[in-house]
Design a protein around this ligand. Structure first.
Ligand SMILES: [Zn+2]
Length: 386
């Protein structure tokens, strides 16, 4: 029986080609995660009080979050107001622009409204996680754009995230790579908090479920690579990723494994959670965000010059083909892609020969970016097709 099972597994179309591996460049960034910052931010969040929609506490929290992004140097900080029976509130949407795919977004989101209590765990932890990721990603180049979104009205029925999907995502036909939702990752004081739940989409529509499953498996792998936590896979439900999932997007999420017995009560405070656990969740999430947004190392001017001499593209401008030549035989395969000025990939291959011809016959006349991926670095040349 066992042999048959093994044989079946090897025949399954297992998507292991993008298996995540430990990246020392990412680990160096993760190593800057600060438990002190996290504690300070959770304390500040707690001190604002009970953050129901319509309360001054929520407005004060909103102002604090907004000011934090501004002090970090983020300039694209947008408040999106929406109104319902409880009052008017704002989603806070912060965008970091990707260098290769500026119009394709990794959304990392958490709600910042609370119900019945200060909500230090639900969802101060998600709020603070976004702030810490934003701090550590601010000066890191990423291929994809990132939106950090702090939703409001979650506790009243996902009001803010529904509003965002209906009033931004759908009318703008926003190109979303992945929605990564964080809700309640503080654990339980006094318990052994060493595991986090990675949540995948198991509901209708079905079209996005396989991709959500793959992203969630990646998330679990990445959490284990960049934190000391174990992971378990479960299903996504009842948080701000749901309006995205209903609209067909690929979602994943994090939730604590030891579930707080005091959420949605006055006791949801620091004393009832585990800051050291939140710190580990944040480290793992940062590793995952670096991988999902495809962070890379900037080239020094010297390296830029070096690759300029090493790599030639001719003719440029070209009408039907280009020849890519390396000055020396390649020691390793180089990933190569061509991206249009809208940030859409139009050609992709791997280069292993010292000289290689690329057929451009079915590409429209325009400027493009030819991108060579060399380890953690990217060398980009403009090519013109006319
Ligand atoms: Zn929550």
């Amino acid at each position: 029986m066992k042999k048959i099972i093994v044989l079946l597994l090897t025949l399954l179309p297992f998507h292991v080609t993008n298996a995540q591996s430990y990246n020392p460049f990412y680990a160096n960034i993760v190593a800057n995660t600060s438990q002190e910052n996290i504690l300070n931010d959770l304390t500040a969040f707690e001190n604002f009080g009970i953050k129901t929609v319509g309360s001054n506490a929520l407005t004060n929290t909103e102002n604090w979050i907004t000011a934090r992004y501004q002090s970090l140097g983020y300039t694209d900080v947008v408040l999106q107001p929406f109104t319902y029976s409880a009052g008017t509130s704002n989603n806070i949407i912060v965008t970091k622009t990707g260098t290769l795919y500026p119009n394709t977004f990794l959304i990392i989101d958490a709600h910042y409204d609370t119900i019945n209590g200060p909500g230090t765990n639900d969802n101060g932890t998600g709020t603070v996680l976004l702030l810490e990721l934003a701090r550590l990603l601010e000066n890191v180049d990423t291929e994809y754009s990132i939106k950090f979104i702090h939703f409001s009205g979650e506790e009243d029925g996902l009001i803010g995230s529904n509003y965002y999907v209906n009033n931004t995502v759908i009318p703008q036909n926003l190109d979303i790579k992945l929605v990564f939702n964080i809700d309640e990752v503080g654990g339980v004081n006094g318990m052994t908090n060493n595991k986090v739940v990675c949540e995948r989409d198991l509901t209708n529509p079905q079209s996005n479920n396989e991709a959500s499953n793959a992203a969630t498996n990646s998330l679990a792998t990445l959490i284990e690579l960049y934190s000391n936590l174990d992971t378990e896979i479960s299903n996504a439900y009842a948080s701000d990723y749901i309006p995205f999932e209903n609209n067909g997007h690929i979602i994943t999420g994090l939730y604590e494994s030891n579930v707080s017995p005091v959420n949605h009560t006055i006791d949801d405070d620091l004393a009832h959670m585990d800051v050291a656990y939140a710190f580990e969740v944040i480290k793992g999430s940062l590793g995952a965000a670096l991988e999902f947004a495809v962070a890379f190392e900037a080239l020094s001017l010297e390296e830029e010059e070096h690759y300029n001499e090493m790599i030639s593209i001719s003719p440029n401008p070209s009408s039907n083909y280009i020849t890519i030549k390396f000055i020396k035989p390649l020691q390793q395969v180089v990933d190569f892609k061509i991206i249009n000025t809208l940030g859409k990939e139009v050609y992709k291959t791997t280069l292993s020969e010292q000289s290689q011809i690329i057929d451009l016959n079915n590409m429209a006349s325009a400027h493009y970016f030819a991108v060579f991926k060399i380890g953690n670095k990217r060398f980009v040349k403009t090519i013109v097709i006319d």
